[in-house]
Design a binder for this molecule. Structure first.
Ligand SMILES: C[S@@+](CC[C@H](N)C(=O)[O-])C[C@H]1O[C@@H](n2cnc3c(N)ncnc32)[C@H](O)[C@@H]1O
Length: 244
């Protein structure tokens, strides 16, 4: 039943849609009220070091770091993977959430940026949980999917790297995550560009990756092997819970 006319789909406003983040001030309010006061000292230090790096736009936001940290505790994650490390903010959020014998296979083509954050991760006493592999993630995933011993072994996998490969990652990760485990795909709202009109003035890299993000979102929405939940945290994160 709709209020907008016979056979017309109800519009969001009419079914109680609330856009929570109506302003930058509201986002700042969240950061200042609930995120920064509870941010572990090591994450704050890493965030401040990263802020001085020329590519700091790539870092995971503090509210998303807090979200990941709690999510990992809620699901009792122990064996995890991260694709796309940069200076390690989401990696540290993960490492702090895992038990002392927890593991993170962390992959990035760039070791230098990881090494910027590494002393802070070491000082936080969680570096022993991290197995960092320098290089493209896809060939590593190929090896792991060929070798059956990794199948169904990961509690959580965070994907935050080359968007043009997300569907290729998904093909492999679905075998590596355990049934009941989670894959989190980051940037699935891609700067809001997923709803931009075709002629909108987008930065070149935003425009380039947008089609891949749109394709991913469509594919995840119809994938019967997972349940999904797309959250407007950070640049959008889609959680996929493997069910078969
Ligand atoms: C958005 S950043 C990751 C941010 C990170 N999660 C954080 O919390 O700061 C994306 C990273 O993916 C890495 N990357 C790009 N292509 C990759 C690939 N094929 N395999 C692994 N990492 C890749 C980049 O070097 C970059 O550090």
């Amino acid at each position: 039943m709709t209020s907008s006319g016979e056979n017309q789909p109800a519009r969001h406003q009419e079914v109680g849609h609330k856009s929570l983040l109506q302003s930058d001030a509201l986002y700042q309010y969240i950061l200042e009220t609930s995120v920064y006061p509870r941010e572990p000292e090591s994450m704050k230090e890493l965030r401040e070091v990263t802020a001085k790096h020329p590519w700091n736009l790539m870092t995971t936001s503090a509210d998303e770091g807090q979200f990941l940290n709690m999510l990992l505790k809620l699901i009792n994650a122990k064996n995890t993977m991260e694709i796309g490390v940069y200076t390690g903010y989401s990696l540290l959020a993960t490492a702090l959430a895992l038990p002392d014998d927890g593991k993170i296979l962390a992959m990035d083509i760039n070791r230098e940026n990881y090494e910027l954050g590494l002393p802070i991760i070491e000082k936080a006493g969680v570096a022993h949980k991290i197995d960092f592999k320098e290089g493209p993630a896809l060939p590593v995933l190929d090896q792991m999917t060929e070798d059956g011993k990794y199948h169904g072994t990961f509690d959580f996998i965070f994907v935050d790297a080359d968007k043009d490969n997300y569907l290729n990652y998904h093909k492999r990760l679905i075998d590596l995550v355990k049934i009941g485990g989670l894959i989190g795909y980051d940037n699935t709202l891609w700067n809001g560009s997923v709803v931009a009109p075709p002629d909108a003035p987008l930065r070149k890299y935003v425009r380039y990756y947008r089609d891949f993000v749109l394709e991913l979102n469509k594919a995840l929405a119809v994938d019967p092997r997972i349940e999904i939940c797309q959250l407007p945290v950070g640049d959008g994160i889609t959680l996929c819970r493997r069910i078969s």
